[in-house]
Design a protein around this ligand. Sequence first.
Ligand code: C5J
Length: 221
Amino acid sequence: MQVQARPFPYEFDLAKTALVLIDMQRDFIEPGGFGETLGNDVALLEAIVPATQKMLQGWRDAGGLVVHTREAHKADLSDCPPAKRNRGNPSLRIGDVGNMGRILIAGEPGNQIIEALAPVAGEIVIDKPGKGAFYATGLHETLQQRGITHLLFGGVTTEVCVQTSMREANDRGYDCLLLEDCTESYFPAFKAAAVDMIRAQGAIVGWTAPSGAVLAALDSH
Ligand code: C5J
């Protein structure tokens, strides 16, 4: 299949491609969560939910593999180094008790993927302690076992966990496409810069396209 993407068309085989949704979890997206305690406007992130839901449904209907990630740490924080926990001066840090349970701790209410995008049976759910989806997760091995060579990325935030994961994926040999309307940042200028730098220099990290272009490619098959 071919997607009208930038900087040039993106070719993929559905059976060898996975949709990877990064960290669409309550703590980043819902009011009262970790994202908001850091002083961010979570409405920006909530705005991508309808397009992401439509993309997810279209991909599921086509029979494509779906991977969901959550930024999640162990309850004892043994996988959260001080270099990550002690940043800035937030009112709450990773592991502290917030409105939705302990912040970014596996199993807590705030750590769940938002209901609109909740994983269904057969989809892969990866808890990741870092920004990149490939760091300390086994995701690469799981994708290799399934013969996956191409990845479509959505999720939050564009310039942090999404971009890091795309770069990790590119280094591991995957052809990656970023779904422009299924990703967002708390800082619109950072999203714009990340999208530009991903596809610069002949798709140095990957391609970008609106989700409608992928859905159109699926529809035409
Ligand atoms: C951040 C993420 N921004 N998922 N996490 O801390 O991008």
